[in-house]
Write a protein that binds this ligand. Structure first.
Ligand code: MRU
Length: 361
């Protein structure tokens, strides 16, 4: 998508094939900082410290991490150790394990001499397939927005949580892809952007993206969504996901579950945008089977933002000595999900539909 009218991606494979360039998302929205990652350790650090984040982008970054490892040592042992390092960076988004499995199964089957070149090709393929999947999610999700537009005279009001935008993928985003398509098609929109405490990916990343695309939006406190739904000010909820279980339970950024409950109570359709790479058929019960990342207390006790001096500063919110808890994701049971918008169409959050979806691979 665009930044100041320039087409931009969250991760760029450099023609020299010795590094990738990413946006260091810790500095957004106030500074656009790019970083060059040229080793598996640099990629692992960037994922762990959330320079890059969002399930599909984590997967693509990890794939390039293995490709960078293959440049220096492509032996079975070195690739497997590098994959283990990358896999340990963040536990919840299944795209990470999915991308590493795909890379290893391709590379370990090849003679050593072919691995370096094939590794970069495969990482490029993962990145390009992500772009294509999200573009298709956008086409399928557009129909949902069009259906609302046909029965409403005002803008279609979509609520989204966290950042499932292009910054969380290679391009387009998942939850934002239908929004960008609808905007490009000339439909009037009003996007409610949950700020998404504690790291504020909605306020800092989704709002920034939408702004650069010219999509009308308003940032809301996380607690405002239920009230807006009760008032009839939300037509549709579209969120992303980090892992979807075989029976359709959706793991996504903390706070998603509360939005799904409010949507159910108010008859608001609750859709989840899901590339098939985010489906984990090995887990049935998402509530018990999906590991929930517990992040640093500091993300809750402190907040960062732009000071009047123009510098990004971090300040403490809570009293010294108050402990904090920081579960980063929650699980929305399948019964609260109206449908999953995938690159292959919109499907029910049910075991039958999801197994059939995967078999269509
Ligand atoms: O902790 P983050 O910022 O990586 O969490 C991101 C989310 O929860 C997104 O909604 C999810 O990864 C989907 S991204 C298309």
């Amino acid at each position: 998508m665009r930044v100041a009218d320039v087409a931009t991606r969250s991760i760029v494979s450099l023609p020299s094939r010795d590094a990738v360039e990413v946006i260091d998302q810790r500095w957004l929205p106030h500074r656009l900082v790019r970083a060059r990652l040229d080793s598996v350790d640099a990629v692992a650090r960037a994922i762990r410290e959330m320079w890059v984040r969002g399930a599909p982008l984590i997967g693509a970054s990890a794939a390039y991490g293995l490709a960078l490892q293959a440049r220096v040592d492509a032996s079975d042992d070195a690739l497997q150790r590098a994959a283990a390092t990358l896999a340990a960076t963040r536990p919840t988004a299944v795209n990470l394990a999915w991308a590493l499995r795909r890379m290893l199964s391709r590379l370990l089957a090849l003679p050593l001499a072919q691995r370096q070149r094939s590794a970069w090709d495969e990482a490029d393929a993962i990145a390009e397939e992500d772009v294509a999947a999200n573009a298709a999610i956008g086409r399928h999700g557009l129909a949902l927005i069009e259906a609302v537009a046909q029965r409403r005279s005002g803008p279609v009001r979509v609520l989204t949580h966290c950042n499932a935008g292009w910054l969380a993928t290679v391009d387009w985003g998942t939850a934002t892809a239908p929004i960008y398509r609808a905007h490009a098609a000339g439909l009037a929109l009003q996007v409610w952007v949950d700020e998404t405490r504690p790291r504020n990916q909605g306020a800092s990343l989704t709002a920034w993206e939408l702004g650069h695309e010219g999509v009308p939006h308003r940032v809301i406190a996380d607690n405002a969504g239920g009230h807006l739904m009760q008032r009839g000010d939300v037509d549709l909820v579209i969120v992303g996901c980090d892992r979807v279980s075989a029976r359709g339970d959706v793991c996504n950024k903390i706070g998603t579950y509360l939005k799904a409950l409010a949507a159910q109570d108010n008859g608001v359709p609750f859709f989840v945008a899901m590339p098939v790479s985010t489906l984990d058929l090995e887990v049935d019960d998402g509530l018990r089977g999906i590991p929930i990342e517990e992040r640093s207390e500091r993300e809750v006790t402190h907040v960062s933002g732009l000071a009047a001096s123009g510098e990004t500063v971090e300040v403490r919110l809570t009293p010294e000595g108050s402990a904090a808890a920081n579960p980063a994701f929650d699980v929305t049971p399948a019964r609260l999900v109206t449908g999953l918008i995938t690159e292959r169409g919109i499907v029910a959050a049910s075991e039958g539909a999801l197994r059939a979806l995967k078999e269509g691979a």
